[in-house]
Design a protein around this ligand. Structure first.
Ligand code: NCD
Ligand code: ZN
Length: 347
């Protein structure tokens, strides 16, 4: 199979940033994906429905700023804080454009310092979300300095996620960008209200990629890449046919200078090959026939949204990724695989 036509996919976990950066990166996503769940970790965070409405307007304006793009719908997300009130959850549900609420444990990742210090403090908001069916998207890592950085996701399941679900058994939860066998098994064994997104880079790389020939800042993201046994478990999960695993790139652009420095930011930029990299991963697993469900069906079905009506075509024809691409304020970003080959291309 050298060409593959599938229903146009959606990206269920994406960082679009804001202002000039947003204008620079949005076309990569809109060329491939019809919709995206847009992460709210701006500064200040998108913590109210009013802020989400404004951000949505800026995304639509950025989309209009590049002529000729296919239609694109941003699916907005509220940033959960210790103080999110149940009323704010009602406003989000009633808006029609807020589709989820994001839980960042405070300090877990880029722009998460306004995140939740103790999820017990959010019980009233979470109870309202469970009542109204609004999904909670979870960055599932503990932040305790005494827990090894490679173990933080597995420890989160036991310390935070299981107790949280025991308190709110009907809460709809997406365990985001899972990186471990533990998380894949947890989700597979859970009920229909629990789903997970998986990135292309966690399907394609293990933690050796962080140190291949020297330290590789462009392979550093959170949750950090894990051992091969975990990568293999993720591939198995996404190609298993389980409808509760779906595509979320976690494409997270940072300026080159913020990555290539003594204390570099976490985040891999993958939107430039946002579906092509998944095609590579599914092809390598001999499971191209499972790509469409993972990329285009499972997400909308779980969210209760219609599947897209249009299609995209992918070809098995390799191409070289640019060394860098324009970002904001005269800076560039370095996309994943910069200067290297990607085996599939769009169109
Ligand atoms: C994300 C970012 O840069 O906003 N970084 C990352 O490594 N994935 C934040 C996040 O999703 O953790
Ligand atoms: Zn993310």
């Amino acid at each position: 199979m050298d060409t593959l036509t599938i229903t146009r996919p959606d990206d269920w976990h994406l960082h679009l940033r804001d202002d000039a950066a947003l204008v620079a990166v949005l076309p990569d996503t809109a060329r491939r994906f019809a919709r995206a769940i847009v992460m709210p970790n701006l500064r200040p965070p998108v913590s109210t429905t009013a802020l989400a409405a404004e951000y949505r307007g800026r995304i639509l304006a950025a989309h209009a700023a590049t002529p000729g793009l296919p239609p694109f719908e941003p699916l907005m997300v509220l940033y959960l804080t210790d103080n999110t009130a149940p009323d704010e959850i009602d406003r989000a549900c009633d808006s029609g454009f807020v589709h989820a609420v994001k839980l960042y444990p405070a300090g877990a990742t880029t722009n998460s310092d306004s995140g939740v210090t103790d999820v017990m403090r959010c019980d009233a908001a979470l109870a309202r979300m469970a009542e109204r069916g609004l999904p909670l998207l979870i960055h599932g890592e503990v932040t305790d300095g005494d827990v090894d950085v490679f173990d933080r996701e597995a420890v989160f399941i036991e310390r935070v996620l299981r107790p949280l679900l025991a308190r709110h058994p009907s809460l709809r939860v997406v365990f985001e960008h899972i990186t471990t066998k533990d998380a894949a098994e947890f989700v597979a064994a859970a009920g229909d209200n629990i789903a997970a997104t998986v990135t292309a880079h966690h399907l394609l790389m293990n933690r050796n990629a962080l140190f291949a020939g020297g330290v590789r800042p462009h392979h550093y993201c959170l949750p950090v890449l894990k051992r091969e046994v975990h990568r293999a478990a993720l591939v198995e999960a996404v190609t298993s046919g389980n409808r509760r695993f779906f595509l979320g790139t976690d494409s997270a652009p940072h300026a080159k200078g913020a990555k290539e420095t003594a204390c570099g930011c976490a985040g891999c930029y993958t939107s430039h090959a946002g579906i092509e990299l998944y095609a590579e991963a599914f092809d390598a697993a001999g499971a191209l026939d499972r790509l469409e469900a993972f990329a285009s069906f499972n997400g909308p079905d779980w969210y209760g949204l219609p599947r897209n009506a249009s299609q995209i075509t992918l070809r098995r024809l390799d191409w070289t990724v640019k060394a860098s691409q324009p970002f904001a304020d005269g800076e560039v970003l370095v996309p994943l695989r910069a200067g290297e080959r990607v085996a599939w291309q769009l169109g």
